[in-house]
Design a protein around this ligand. Structure first.
Ligand SMILES: Nc1ncnc2c1ncn2[C@@H]1O[C@H](COP(=O)(O)OP(=O)(O)O)[C@@H](O)[C@H]1O
Ligand SMILES: [Mg+2]
Length: 247
């Protein structure tokens, strides 16, 4: 077991590469760290291995506090992997942690993190196609999002501003108008092999928004033509102040 308690590494000049991080990793657990370049992954690993001295906090490995021990006495090895790590879900791990600015923003199994990103940062980072994150407001008992009128979400109060999160895989395209759809024009059609990633330009109060839908290969829409993106509302995630609304 590796336990990190309030682990902080501040470099001279003031960069907090690891910021008061708490984490427990079980024996034999295959644990993956994900996050954009510069979020602190390498510094965290180097600190656990003893190649960097933490500014504060401690590191316990197998019940022994190793914070002050040199690398050779920690029974830890580090191997640098020289391939580009993409945020796709082909990282097969027991659990993953998503880091941002020296902190862990979510930790869980890959499917937990993929299906229920805890915040809009993780939602936009995880997945082969980025999640649609569309601003909206709860008004008159419905969610009003980019011109669409959608069922109210549990845990959201009248008048609140929200962000409506839906993966493109859960967005269908309709060729005729619907009230529960995002009306726009097809601007990009990207061939994914057995499906298409379609980008709609949708005019809204917040300016032009891009809405993406994955459609089957036999449903390629015409570029420039009108289309309505219909969300599978039961798959939507609603965020308020950047955090997932949990009813
Ligand atoms: N030796 C160093 N001196 C000063 N700043 C550093 C040093 N190493 C890393 N940093 C800074 O710490 C932050 C985290 O870097 P790093 O751990 O390499 O991130 P990642 O591996 O996630 O890309 C970055 O802002 C980086 O510029
Ligand atoms: Mg790195």
């Amino acid at each position: 077991m590796i336990s990190l308690h309030g682990l902080t590494k501040e470099f001279p000049g003031g960069v907090r590469a690891v910021d008061a991080l708490d984490l427990e990793i079980a024996d034999g657990e295959f644990f993956a760290l994900l996050g954009p370049s510069g979020c602190g992954k390498t510094t965290l690993l180097r600190t656990i291995a003893g190649l960097e001295t933490p500014t504060s906090g401690n590191i316990v490995i197998g019940g022994t506090d190793v914070t002050a021990l040199p690398p050779g006495r920690r029974d830890v090895a580090m191997v640098f992997q020289d391939y580009a790590l993409s945020p796709h879900m082909d990282v097969m791990a027991d659990r993953i942690a998503v880091m941002s600015a020296g902190r862990i923003t979510q930790v869980g199994t890959p499917s937990q993190v993929f299906q229920r990103p805890a915040n809009t940062f993780v939602a936009s980072f995880i997945g082969s196609t980025p999640m649609n994150l569309l601003p909206g407001v709860a008004k008159d008992g419905a969610l009003r999002v980019a011109g669409a009128v959608l069922p109210m979400a549990p845990g959201v109060a009248e008048g609140e501003e929200i962000v409506y999160g839906l993966r493109p895989e859960y967005m269908d395209l309709s060729a005729s108008p619907r009230q529960d759809a995002f009306a726009g024009h097809v601007s990009v059609v990207e061939n994914l092999g057995t499906s298409y990633l379609v980008t709609l330009e949708v005019a809204s109060d917040a300016g032009d928004l891009l809405v993406q839908a994955v459609v089957p290969e036999d449903a390629e829409p015409t570029r420039g033509g009108p289309a309505w993106a219909v969300p599978r509302h039961d798959r939507a995630l609603v965020y308020r102040d950047g955090e997932l609304v949990v009813p």
